[in-house]
Design a protein around this ligand. Structure first.
Ligand code: SF4
Ligand code: SF4
Length: 139
């Protein structure tokens, strides 16, 4: 099994097929969150929401009506979705680009006072995919 170091977060990422492709992980918020709200205004994609708040793809993006996500799924930009967490701030994975194309590092992780914005091992993506996500969110 090939693994290498994701230097941004000092974590190993499994690269299943291509030794030359960099893989990153979307960011997730753990239950160590103290609900301070510092991260929410820093996200260029409006991917961060307060616990218990419904979310839309259209929030903070140029998406409207029906559109196609980076992985081929169809979605309605204006549909309200149930909160990912009722208790803590949460990140909508489909809207998180790790700040690629906007900033050098994930802004939520940079401002979080308790370091609870961490790589999500369930969502490993290439830089190409992250750029594609950004292009879809912001036409
Ligand atoms: Fe938003 Fe960037 Fe944090 Fe992702 S990494 S949730 S895009 S601030
Ligand atoms: Fe929670 Fe950290 Fe965001 Fe504050 S900055 S709301 S502690 S994830």
């Amino acid at each position: 099994m090939l693994q290498f170091l994701n230097q941004k977060f000092n974590c190993l990422v499994y690269n299943p097929t291509n030794q030359n492709t960099l893989y990153f992980m979307a960011i997730m918020i753990t239950d160590a969150c103290i609900n301070c709200g510092a991260c929410e205004p820093e996200c260029p994609n409006n991917a961060i929401y307060e616990g218990g708040v419904s979310w839309k793809y259209a929030d903070g993006t140029t998406l409207r009506n029906t559109f196609t996500l980076h992985d081929g799924r169809e979605a309605d930009a204006d549909e309200l979705h149930t909160p990912v967490s009722d208790d803590y701030y949460f990140i909508v994975t489909d809207k998180c680009t790790e700040c690629v194309g906007f900033h050098e590092e994930p802004q939520c992780a940079a401002v979080c006072p308790v370091d609870c914005c961490v790589p999500d091992p369930e969502n490993v993506e290439t830089q190409e995919t992250l750029l594609q996500k950004k292009a879809i969110l912001h036409l």
